[in-house]
Design a binder for this molecule. Structure first.
Ligand code: PAF
Length: 294
């Protein structure tokens, strides 16, 4: 099925044929990999890709190898028609959009299994510690997608900050000639980071979940280099522990401060270094992540 004005392709070979027919766009392809269930955060990535390239490819594929929890995979929403309708709202930008929505057998032609990467420890902490094997699954599918889509620029949201660091490492390991474009987190009006998982919360829970960003803002206010009486990394950890004691509906999976681009927790500030605070919470059974630059 081809949605009006959006080209939907189910097979790698069709995508390659279709792109080859349009050589006028081949020199500048922006790529946005997604698992569907698109929300304004994804649309911001596609919009930016449409403004910075002659053509855009959006992949929609719920990647089984990055789920270490069968229930999480089963619960993941599949909303292709809605996703296509949302993408068509960006066609006014004048950039053609290909949607590559393969079945597992098309992308994983050698069997649906994760490759094992050496991400030098980037993958073993935080999300990786809580979800063993997750980043091998992400690395595997991103590597396969990069083979299928001849992209010049690939757009990733900063919400999944650790994923961004992992795909940057993957690009270096595979010597890929493409540019990774990190894009700022898109938030609900109350500050909650946009995520497909927010769909699992009621309206009042979503309002309450603004606590996560409020806490991160407090961390940034007290941890920025220019902050009066700047707290140490340890002081910031204690601040979040105290905030969580007053908000028992949030279970903190982790909170920490890392240097930008790395995943090693820091104990003291080094002048000139940039930092990020990372948080994951479980709230009414839904795991939510967020981060803020300090
Ligand atoms: O961020 C996501 O949606 C996924 O992890 C990605 C990058 C599309 C790989 O499946």
């Amino acid at each position: 099925m081809n949605h009006p004005e959006i080209l939907l392709l189910r097979h790698r070979i069709e995508l390659a044929d279709s792109l080859a027919k349009h050589t006028q766009w081949a020199s500048s392809i922006g790529f946005v990999p997604t698992m569907g269930a698109l929300h304004p955060g994804h649309l911001a990535l596609v919009e930016r890709a449409a403004l910075e390239n002659k053509a855009v490819v959006v992949s929609i594929f719920v990647n089984p190898t990055q789920f270490n929890n069968a229930q999480d995979l089963a619960l993941y929403p599949h909303t292709l028609d809605r996703d296509l309708a949302l993408l068509s709202t960006l066609l006014h930008l004048g950039t053609p959009i290909w949607v590559y929505a393969p079945g597992a057998e098309d992308l994983y032609s050698d069997g649906v299994k994760a490759q094992s990467f050496d991400f030098q420890g980037l993958d073993s902490v935080f999300e990786g510690a809580d979800r063993p094997g997750h980043f091998n699954g992400v690395g595997t599918v991103v590597s396969l997608l990069w083979k299928a889509v001849p992209a010049h620029r690939v757009y990733f949201g900063e919400k999944d900050y650790q994923q961004l660091c992992v795909v940057q490492a993957l690009k270096r390991m595979e010597h890929r000639d493409l540019e990774i474009i990190p894009c700022p987190i898109v938030r609900e009006p109350n500050g909650l980071a946009m995520s497909s998982r927010n769909e699992r919360l009621t309206d009042s829970q979503r309002n309450r979940a603004a606590w996560i960003y409020q806490t991160l803002q407090e961390v940034a206010d007290r941890g920025r280099a220019a902050a009066p009486n700047r707290l140490s990394p340890h002081g910031l950890r204690s601040l979040v522990t105290r905030a969580a004691q007053e908000a028992p509906d949030f279970q903190i999976a982790y909170f920490d401060i890392v240097t930008e681009g790395g995943m090693t927790p820091v104990d003291q500030w080094v002048t000139g270094e940039k930092y990020r605070a990372l948080i994951a919470v479980v709230f009414h059974g839904v795991r939510l992540i967020d981060n803020i630059a300090l």
